[in-house]
Each structure stands twice: as structure tokens, then as C-alpha cells.
Design a protein around this ligand. Structure first.
Ligand code: DGY
Length: 321
């Protein structure tokens, strides 16, 4: 029997599946993030952590809690984890790949269409009492049909976004990856290009790469200046891959046409952020995987990882090399 600490409130069925194996479960019920020292305190009296949210699993935490038998993340991204330190301390780290690819791609697709048709802006205009005189050529959107989709980081989520765009809007797909994605080249006629070609040729550029030292801030003023003035930038991956100030300037100066963001840096975005007032910007509060079905699948995978770790088995979805 082991004790599991869950960093958020999760459904009873999820807790029950741990209790059924004889484990005791405690959860963080406050509607605020655990402070680093609080997380250490709770983890110190537990054998395993079920980690929901982006709190840092850094070297300090891991060193203080090196007794942990497993840390199971309820996310696919693990840029908030010091995997090297966990591996050195022999703490297995699990994540939830695959099950959120479609929901996250749906969010990217939703943002692309929102920006193309200025949907969020139009909704705000109604709230402001501005649904009045019909002016046929004022404040229009753009068509997506046949436009070129550029994917930065064509993995599972990027593939799903490309599939949606290819089949819904007949969009040719180009992508920038370290290697070839043969499935996308075969199924979607996707074409691998250099980073500069991606910037120069995309009508919609959607970011699906992992956050790393290489991708941090890669969409900066220099990158935006190489994009088409008619291009839409979409980021559902991690907010620190784009430079927010450079993005704002590029949007204001008409260097690109619009932006759809499900991720920002920091999160949450401040309500007075100027991007929120721009007619060519749509921002969502990091809801990529936020559907009932997808979140349940993520939680179930997290339980699978936890139980495997507590049995001393290899985690089915392990991020340690
Ligand atoms: C993930 O799973 O990494 C999503 O971004 C949710 O945090």
C-alpha cells in the first residue's frame, strides 16, 4: 500500500481506481496553485505524486523528495520537469501522450477559424452594442480555402491539425521538423521545408513543437518580419515559444494579419493585456485538452503510470530516457 498525493481535485472514479489497488489518496483542494514549499511538504509524506498543472518539478523539489517512487504528470508536455535530475535520482516520470492530440488540434483549428473570421472580435462588438448598420466591405475576414498551412513541429498534434486543414479547406501542408514525417508526407502530401521557407510561405503558421532551449522565443520579431502580411499565427503549444511583445508589434504594424493563442507566457495572461483588445487576435486560456472525454483519458493514463511505478514496473508512458 502506498500514499498518493494529487495536486488538484480529480473525479471520484479516478481516486477510486487508486484506492481499489489499496493505495491511500489525498488531494489539494484549494483553488490556488501549491507554493513550491507546500508541494515539497505534501510530497515528502507521500510515495507518489499525481501532478496536474504546471508547477515546477525542478531539481530542488526532486532532491527534497528523492524518496518518491513515481511522479505521474497529467499532461503531455513536461517542460516544467527537470527530467535529467529525476533520471539521476531514479524517479520515473510519466506523461499522457496521444490521447489529447485530437482535442488540441481542434483548438488550433478553432483558433485559426476564429482569427480568419474575427469571431471573438465580432462577439465583443455585439456586447459593445455595435451590431448596427450593415456595411458590406468593412471589417471583413479572410477565406482559408486553398491557403497554405505551415506546421512548426509535425508530431501527433501537428498531424491532426494538418489533417483537419487538408480535408476541411483543401490546404496544402508544409512543415518544419528535424526529420521527415513520412505519414504526413504520404497521407497529406505534406512537404518538409526550412524554417525560413515555413515563415515565408505559410498563410497559417501553427506551432506544435515541444518547448526546449532551441524553440524558446523562436517566433520573434525577426521571424514575424519574414512572414506574409496576410498570415495567421497560431500557438497551442507553449507561450514562451513566441515573444509576446514582438508579436504585438508585428500585429500592430501589419507585418502579419492575425494571431490565435491558446498559450501565453506568463499564464494566466493579465486581463489588461493589449492583445486582448486587438480585433485580429483570439486568446483562449490554455484549453487545448479541456474536453470531458480527453481529460478523463489523460487521468486514466496518469493512473496507469502511477500504478506501474508503484509496482516497480516500467511506466507505459515514460519521459525518462
Ligand atoms: C499538455 O498536456 O501539455 C497540455 O498543454 C496541457 O497542459
Amino acid at each position: 500500500m502506498a500514499s498518493v498525493f494529487i495536486t488538484r481535485v480529480v473525479p471520484e472514479t479516478i481516486k477510486q481506481s487508486l484506492a481499489d489497488q489499496g493505495h491511500t489518496v489525498s488531494e489539494w483542494t484549494e483553488k490556488r496553485d501549491l507554493a513550491p514549499d507546500e508541494l515539497i511538504r505534501y510530497a515528502k509524506s507521500s510515495d507518489a505524486v499525481f501532478s496536474v498543472g504546471g508547477h515546477a518539478i525542478d531539481n530542488r523539489f526532486l532532491t527534497a523528495c528523492e524518496h518518491l517512487r513515481v511522479i505521474a504528470l497529467c499532461s503531455v508536455g513536461y517542460d516544467h520537469v527537470d527530467v535529467a535530475a529525476a533520471t539521476r535520482l531514479r524517479i520515473p516520470i510519466g506523461n499522457t501522450p496521444g490521447v489529447l492530440s485530437k482535442a488540441t488540434a481542434d483548438t488550433a483549428f478553432l483558433l485559426m477559424q476564429n482569427v480568419a473570421r474575427k469571431a471573438i472580435h465580432k462577439h465583443k462588438e455585439i456586447l459593445r452594442g455595435n451590431w448596427g448598420f450593415f456595411d458590406p466591405m468593412v471589417d471583413l475576414g479572410i477565406d482559408l480555402q486553398g491557403k497554405t498551412l505551415g506546421i512548426y513541429g509535425l508530431g501527433r498534434i501537428g498531424y491532426e491539425m494538418a489533417k483537419r486543414c487538408r480535408f476541411a479547406f483543401d490546404m496544402p501542408v508544409i512543415y518544419h521538423n528535424r526529420g521527415h514525417n513520412e505519414q504526413a508526407e504520404r497521407d497529406l502530401d505534406a512537404r518538409r521545408v526550412s524554417f525560413d521557407e515555413l515563415l515565408e510561405q505559410s498563410d497559417v503558421l501553427s506551432v506544435h513543437a515541444n518547448l526546449s532551449g532551441k524553440t524558446h522565443g523562436i517566433f520573434n520579431g525577426d521571424a514575424f518580419s519574414k512572414m506574409k502580411a496576410s498570415a495567421i499565427f497560431v500557438n497551442t503549444a507553449r507561450g514562451s515559444m513566441h515573444d509576446e511583445e514582438d508579436l504585438r508589434v508585428a500585429l500592430e504594424n501589419g507585418e502579419i494579419w492575425g494571431a490565435g493563442l491558446d498559450v501565453t507566457d506568463p499564464e494566466p495572461m493579465a486581463p489588461d493585456n493589449p492583445l486582448l483588445e486587438m480585433s485580429n487576435v483570439a486568446v483562449l486560456p490554455h484549453i487545448g485538452s479541456a474536453t470531458i472525454e480527453t481529460r478523463m483519458k489523460m487521468m486514466k493514463l496518469t493512473v496507469e503510470n502511477l500504478l506501474a511505478g508503484l509496482r516497480g514496473d516500467h511506466l507505459p508512458y515514460c519521459v525518462n530516457p
